[in-house]
Design a protein around this ligand. Sequence first.
Ligand SMILES: [Zn+2]
Length: 135
Amino acid sequence: MELNLNRYLSEEETIQHLDGNPLNNDLSNLTILNRSEHSKTDAIRVNDVILTCQWCNKNFLVKGSKLRQRLRSDRNSNSFCSKQCSGKYGQSVQIGNPRLNKVKIERTYYIERDNSNIINEEQNIGETLTGNTEA
Ligand SMILES: [Zn+2]
């Protein structure tokens, strides 16, 4: 079985106990899974970002969940703090003023997961790598 790896697990990989018993670290009971397969409760979230309004120059916070919708189709977008600013910009363009450059908004992600899971995973991985199986 490929579990006898002389390498560290990559970030995407995690140990799964086939019989569901986290104390059974017998090699026949272990398999490597990608984290995405393993933890169905894990969710990839987008971090909140602070943008500067292109109309009034005010800084404003955009929730990660909103950012995801906002940028689904197009990563570059104009950023306005409010409907008012967006509207004023729209009017300005209509009367012939130049369009503003769209800005690229970098999205960063974090994984929201069940904490009780991650503690077990880390302990189990440590035991496996040192070959130190507890009886
Ligand atoms: Zn504004």
